[in-house]
Design a protein around this ligand. Structure first.
Ligand code: ZN
Length: 450
């Protein structure tokens, strides 16, 4: 890949990208971190999680060996091990909270807990936060059955194992701002853990740049249709922000922004970053918040106005999801490690790592991004105010046709204003800030300036 300094010869430079528009050089440190993710380690973690018998939200909290309590303590103890190599920057807690009986999936008032590790950023003036999650709880056929074995290997041992593997690898490194690694609880009972964390974040005014929910990312064979594919993973992102105001809705319609919500920008960013760093894995962008009529742990974050997406395997296997362990008509039911594809899980974990590390190194996104509309012209002029962070090397204007799902071209500029020979009638744009190593911020969609 072309070194970025060679792009610096002229102040305005056009590069046609074959792959999704971002001009970035490869950061060898990200490649190194990805090489440290091992399928074998992920398998060991998943099997350890399964060994707690059940991790049902309402299962035993006192036993040292069985139930959600033992699983929480174990995840916490692993975080503490990683902390030893983090130079004191990784700290962990079990964030307990009480949920009231809801007459549905919570029978009595219960104390739940999210196990959370925070890798503190090195720049105290930078309040940005990244979050990666999986859900620790598991279930069988009856969602209220807290006693039967509920291995939850893939749902969601896979997401928790990926999150923990990243915590271990990334906490040995330093990033300017903070990354939160969390095993939430209560997903199967109604997204309780994620909702609690999203509400804490909202109250605390957390500056969350991106929230990555990983739920079922380790199975590559579909039930029924028997599709086998370990080269694609779905990323779900909302089209219209939940908290969109009437004014914003008007502006969305005026600017044809239906496919450019912040979460959609994040999804595209993941696709581009994965394409750059992870061999044999493609991001399948699904244009909905989650699967049809279903939700996940990113949903409460979306509902609180944060930029959040869900990673989920391409093909689900319903024989191994939410099932009592049994064999019927020669079909073995249940969410067991033997049905998982740990090489696939490794690749999806790598996609998460590349995304987090790229974002964590990136400057703040440009502010007040606008597009001039006072004159009729076949050129487009974009302006923005400089990113507040100091590590800005330049900016990229991303360009795509209105019918395309990924950025097709990128224009690199050093200034905070650029005029490009692409008509705003025919193309969509966004602007992102990049640092010297090519780490890019999330792209920002421009609003009209009159
Ligand atoms: Zn799940």
């Amino acid at each position: 890949m072309k070194h970025i300094t060679t792009l610096f010869i002229c102040s305005l430079l056009f590069v046609t990208q074959t792959n999704f528009g971002q001009i970035t050089q490869e950061d060898p440190e990200i490649t190194k971190m990805i090489s440290e993710i091992k399928a074998d380690n992920l398998e060991i973690t998943v099997k350890k999680l399964v060994s707690f018998g059940t991790r049902h939200t309402l299962s035993d909290t006192k036993s040292k060996t069985r139930g959600i309590g033992a699983a929480q303590q174990w995840v916490k103890s692993e975080f503490e091990k990683y902390a030893l190599e983090s130079g004191g920057r990784l700290t962990s807690i079990i964030d307990y909270f009480t949920v009231k009986a809801d007459g549905k999936r919570i029978a009595t008032d219960s104390q739940l807990g999210n196990v959370m590790a925070t890798l503190k950023g090195t720049d105290p003036s930078d309040n940005r936060v990244l979050i990666i999650s999986g859900h620790l709880d598991s279930r069988v056929t009856d969602v209220m059955d807290a006693k039967s074995d509920a291995p939850g290997a893939n749902d969601d041992g896979s997401g928790v194992a990926a999150m923990m593997e990243l915590a271990k690898i990334m906490s040995k490194r330093a990033f300017p701002y903070s990354i939160i690694f969390v095993a939430v609880t209560g997903e199967e009972q109604g997204l309780y853990g994620a909702r609690h964390l999203a509400e804490v974040a909202k109250k605390g005014n957390w500056n969350i740049i991106a929230m990555l929910n990983n739920d079922m990312i380790g199975n590559s064979l579909s039930s029924g249709t028997k599709l086998r594919d370990n080269t694609q993973v779905r990323v779900f992102s909302e089209a219209t922000p939940y908290l969109e105001t009437n004014e914003e809705a008007k502006m969305r319609v005026l600017t044809n922004r239906d496919n450019d919500s912040p979460s959609r920008q994040l999804a595209r960013y993941i696709k581009a970053t994965t394409n750059q760093y992870v061999a044999q894995l493609d991001i399948n962008l699904v244009y909905r918040n989650d699967r049809f009529l279903r939700g996940g742990d990113h949903t409460p974050f979306s509902q609180n106005g944060f930029t959040a997406i869900r990673f989920c395997e391409m093909n689900e296997n319903f024989d191994h999801q939410h099932q009592d362990l049994r064999t019927e008509d020669n079909i073995k039911y249940g969410d067991l490690p033997e049905f998982m594809d740990f090489e696939y899980l490794r690749k999806v974990a790598a996609s998460n790592l590349a995304t987090l590390a790229n974002l964590a190194g990136a400057p703040n996104a440009p502010q007040n991004v606008g597009i001039e509309v006072k004159d009729l012209t076949n050129f487009s002029t974009l302006t923005w105010t400089a990113s507040k962070t100091t590590n800005v090397y330049g900016y990229q204007i991303l360009i795509r046709e209105t019918s395309d799902n990924s950025w097709q071209k990128a224009v690199f500029v050093k200034d905070t204003k650029a005029t490009i020979p692409y008509s705003k009638d025919n193309f969509l744009f966004a602007v992102q800030a990049i640092d010297e190593l090519g780490h890019a911020s999330l792209p920002v969609f421009p609003i009209p300036i009159r």
